[in-house]
Ligand binder design. Structure first.
Ligand SMILES: Cc1ncc(COP(=O)(O)O)c(C=O)c1O
Length: 652
């Protein structure tokens, strides 16, 4: 078992090194294989061309063998970013993280001493707190018992806890006996911090001081394992009592325990996986995005929710303006809680529109191979035969189905193929209230990419037969296909659009249905009001995050990132065509698909992909990638290679 603690301070010069060395002694005293490391050391003396790191010399006083070179050592005693700058170099925080992980694997207990406090800069972007968040170790926070320490200590604790880190102990260093202020500082901190507090008297920073201080740490050392229990997940309970989506309750596919996620990496207990499907396509810009976290935290501190009937708020208005900026053809927005619900809302809008303009049209026309969600109305327009909801067919509203969109995205469009669709419109012209379709990409129904001209044909049919055109962009919206919205590949304006999933960058469930003025006017005629109102409609937290997410997307040059992923997947997945079991390989934007001739063994493939260090979850005949846009070239190649290897080794 490898355990480790990160030792940081409320400020520089509070005695971190003294505490680290004393703690090292306490662990060694209790028979543990312990080591102390200092990843970044400034103020080093250059002797015979080698920097002598002063803090490491202190550890050596406790254990002569404890002599590990820092990852970065600099001569000038200042903030690491500045000391590095003076030597015309820069600190790479990934190097530090790797350095720490490397040490942790080599010892039973590793004590990692930071430099200064949480926001000490390493470079222009990262601080020590980023390192702490990346390695996610319990933290020992050291403060010095002087005037003003309460403020710095509480700020540090607050920030550590908000960063999801455990404060294993607060060490109050240098308490002078019989000093009234020092005693009152301790008393106050005891009221405000309920965790372990270790008070060190005024030990001299000498070996004898460290030896004495080690005694104060002995009970902490005896109980240290409690701080590592937080990440433990009761998988037996999960297996026996929690339902997972589309999964057998009796013999479920193993659910992997995620303990942390950042950017395009899922940290499963003891391994890290490269994410290949953006958590069912919503996590477009990666996990744990600081910008989104901050937006949520700021809004949370004001209020996380209020009802939307008779009340409104800034996040809803700001998001609304942003949505109309990127979808200028639309006029009115209905916020809801999930993709399925925003589809229900769209269908109800269409039905209420037709009802209110006195057209007795109550059916929805759609194509086979579609998927629109799991609620009743949404299920009624999913593929009734091949889709996931065929079991409920008899109980759902009966809709009108036509074949899958006829022409591939990358083929020349043949208008003759539209004849049978036109016949369906003609046959049901008095019934069709609306057409609903996933534009360009049919997602969960098999990742089929069809020609934009088919959308233009549908637009013409809707105009000719007085039906509304609903595009369901829940999966395709926000850049996934290479356009901000997939319908923009065609020269059309839909009447209603459904957006969800990536609207909050995957931060939380949220969706919206937008309508053009014609729809709003129809519904509102003769005093009509739209009859829908979920409790969590317009949730302020979700609105604030969605607003920030769209701003972020606009700033990160997503087009370039999506294009790069498309180019890599086109090259790397093409190799899969050489396997006889592959029916087709296709790539559009940040979506890469290998369609097999037969359904695959999802459980076997999941296991294989785990071994390859990737998270890819195939379904039916489809093995696909929808990586977060921020995925690096190397990680994208690794994802593609994992699929190729699975095919070569026949792991399906
Ligand atoms: C096109 C489409 N519409 C609607 C939904 C339903 O969204 P949710 O799962 O958020 O209810 C999905 C989900 O995959 C989808 O792909």
């Amino acid at each position: 078992m490898h355990n480790a603690f990160f030792i940081t301070g409320t400020d520089t010069d509070v005695g971190k090194t003294f505490v680290t060395a004393s703690l090292l002694k306490a662990f060694l005293d209790k028979g543990h294989d312990a080591r102390a490391i200092k990843p970044v050391q400034t103020g080093c003396e250059l002797i015979h061309g080698v920097y002598q790191a002063s803090d490491i010399l202190e550890y050596k006083k406790i254990n002569a063998n404890n002599s590990f070179e820092p990852a970065y050592a600099f001569e000038f005693p200042a903030s690491p970013h500045f000391s590095a700058e003076l030597e015309n170099t820069a600190i790479d925080s990934d190097v530090i993280t790797d350095y720490i992980q490397g040490h942790i694997e080599q010892a039973e207990i590793t004590l990692i001493e930071g430099a200064g406090g949480l926001f000490v800069p390493l470079n222009g972007t990262n601080t020590f707190l980023d390192i702490m968040k990346a390695v996610r170790l319990p933290v020992v926070l050291v403060c010095k018992n002087i005037l003003g320490m309460i403020n710095h200590t509480l700020l540090s604790i607050e920030m550590l806890e908000r960063s999801g880190l455990t404060v294993a102990a607060l060490v109050i260093n240098g308490t002078k006996p019989d000093n009234g202020i020092a005693q009152s500082n301790i008393e106050y901190l005891r009221q405000r911090f309920s965790g372990t507090i270790i008070v060190l008297p005024q030990y001299a920073e000498s070996v004898s001081g460290m030896i004495e201080a080690a005694d104060e740490f002995h009970s902490f050392v005896e109980n240290h394992t409690q701080f590592f229990a937080a990440d433990e997940i009761d998988l037996t309970f999960d297996k026996n009592h929690l339902w997972h989506p589309y999964t057998s309750a009796i013999s479920p596919i193993k659910a992997q325990p995620v303990v942390f996620a950042k950017e395009n990496k899922l940290h499963i207990q003891n391994t890290v996986l490269i994410d290949g499907i953006s958590s069912w396509w919503c996590m477009a810009t990666g996990f744990n995005n600081e910008r989104l976290n901050k937006a949520a935290q700021t809004q949370m501190a004001r209020f996380s929710h209020v009802m939307f009937a008779g009340l409104t708020h800034k996040p809803a208005v700001d998001l609304g303006k942003k949505l109309l900026e990127i979808l200028p053809e639309f006029d009115r927005i209905f916020y809801s809680d999930s993709g399925s619900v925003c589809v229900e809302v769209a269908l109800k809008m269409a039905l209420q529109y037709q009802h209110n303009i006195n057209k007795k049209k109550t059916k929805i026309l759609t194509v086979l191979g579609g998927y629109h969600g799991d609620t009743a109305g949404a299920m009624s327009v999913c593929d009734p035969v091949e889709g996931m909801h065929f079991l409920f067919k008899e109980t759902l509203a009966e809709q009108i189905f036509t074949p899958r969109p006829p022409c591939r995205f990358d083929e020349e469009f043949n208008p003759d193929l539209c004849a049978e669709y036109e016949a369906a419109f003609e046959e049901h012209k008095d019934e069709i209230a609306a057409v609903i379709i996933e534009p360009i990409v049919q997602g969960a129904g098999g990742m089929w990419f069809y020609h934009p001209k088919f959308l233009e044909f549908l637009r013409n049919m809707c105009d000719k037969y007085g039906a509304l055109l609903i595009v369901d962009e829940v999966a395709t919206g926000f850049g996934r296909t290479g356009k901000l919205f997939a319908y923009q590949y065609a020269n059309i304006v839909p009447d209603i659009i459904c957006i969800g999933k990536a609207i909050t960058g995957g931060f939380m469930s949220f969706a919206a249905t937008l309508a053009v003025q014609k729809v709003v006017d129809g519904i509102s005629k003769n005093g009509g009001v739209f009859m829908h109102g979920p409790t969590f409609m317009g949730n302020p937290l979700a609105c604030a995050v969605a607003y920030e997410n769209i701003c972020n997307l606009q700033e990160i040059d997503w087009q370039k990132k999506v294009k790069t992923l498309e180019t890599i997947m086109k090259t790397e997945l093409a190799k899969c065509k050489e396997c006889a079991s592959v029916a087709d390989v296709r790539v559009l934007g940040a979506i890469g698909v290998v369609e097999m001739k037969e359904p695959v063994n999802t459980a076997a493939l999941l296991d294989f992909f785990m071994e390859e260090g990737v998270f890819i979850r195939p379904f039916e005949k489809t093995i696909y990638l929808m990586p977060p846009f921020i995925t690096s070239r190397d990680d994208c190649v690794t994802l593609c290679n994992a699929i190729y290897k699975a095919l070569k080794l026949k792991k399906y």
